[in-house]
Design a protein around this ligand. Structure first.
Ligand SMILES: [Cu+2]
Length: 146
């Protein structure tokens, strides 16, 4: 009986640890912006949060040849985009990727992004503890956030 009980406790903690890891990073309100005719690049947006400190380090999209993590800032009244090596996710804080700010930039589009369709992404994260994890997200393609 004693052995059985300790086995149960062990199992419980193993399961709890797995659930924790799975629920660590949350992706909400993800969407990709529909492209205009002839447009060669596109952008995707979302809200990211992580229970422990982590960073978005890489992304892929089935409709794009490559994906970069970008920031957008105003410098002397000029919008400037910069490629980021990674996007930090401080523990427990929501980091928004939104028009005018951080975004995923899609290059070498394999086809136009048509509103009403979907784009499949894989987002790669690294926790501050050094663990890497990948999360698949299917994003709706829309003309605006709403
Ligand atoms: Cu960009």
């Amino acid at each position: 009986m004693k052995i059985f009980r300790s086995l149960c406790f062990t199992l419980f903690f193993v399961l709890a640890a797995c659930a924790q890891a799975d629920n660590d990073i949350t992706i909400n309100d993800a969407w990709a912006r529909a492209t205009a005719p002839g447009q060669k690049v596109a952008a995707a947006y979302m809200n990211l949060s992580s229970k422990q400190g982590a960073a978005l380090i890489r992304a892929e999209c089935d409709l794009a040849g490559s994906v970069e993590i970008h920031s957008m800032t105003m410098e002397n009244d000029v919008m400037k985009m910069r490629m980021l090596e990674e996007l930090a996710l401080p523990a427990g804080k929501t980091v928004s990727l939104a028009p005018g700010g951080f975004h995923l930039m899609l290059f070498n589009l394999k086809q136009p992004l048509d509103a009403g369709k979907e784009a499949k992404f894989t987002l790669h994260f690294r926790t501050d503890a050094g663990e890497e994890k990948s999360i698949d997200v299917t994003m709706p393609i829309k003309t605006s956030a709403n």
